[in-house]
Ligand binder design. Structure first.
Ligand SMILES: [Zn+2]
Length: 117
């Protein structure tokens, strides 16, 4: 819950305006403009890139992989793809990192699967 700046009436934080006096919900307006200014946060593209890098680096491990390693690599690869995909779909910020994470994730996934064939 948040409070109306106009009359002090308690209003739901997702409400556009105060039902009591009609003033615009300041909490919502502030939050909206903050995310618009920044164009999104970097908590999606950075982990995507990191997960993608982890998988690709693991692919250069010369030893034969056991099943745990393959499953772990696939997990990181899928995380990189999902996080990168969501980031690209939702925001412009960090799109370069998101694309890199996505590509590394796909490469890692193919490499991990390929190592078992
Ligand atoms: Zn009000």
């Amino acid at each position: 819950m948040s409070f109306c700046r106009g009359c002090g009436h308690q209003i739901h934080e997702t409400a556009q305006s105060c039902p009591q006096c009609g003033a615009v919900n300041a909490a919502l307006a502030t939050r909206k403009s903050t995310t618009e200014d920044q164009g999104g946060s970097l908590w999606l593209p950075i982990p995507s890139l990191v997960c993608g890098l982890v998988v690709v680096v693991a692919l250069f491990d010369p030893d034969d992989w056991d099943m745990d390693q393959v499953i772990g690599a696939i997990g990181f690869a899928v995380a990189a793809i999902v996080l990168g995909g969501i980031s690209l779909a939702k925001q412009k910020r960090g799109s370069g990192m998101a694309i890199a994470g996505l590509i590394l994730g796909i490469l890692g996934l193919l490499g991990a699967l390929g190592s078992q064939l």
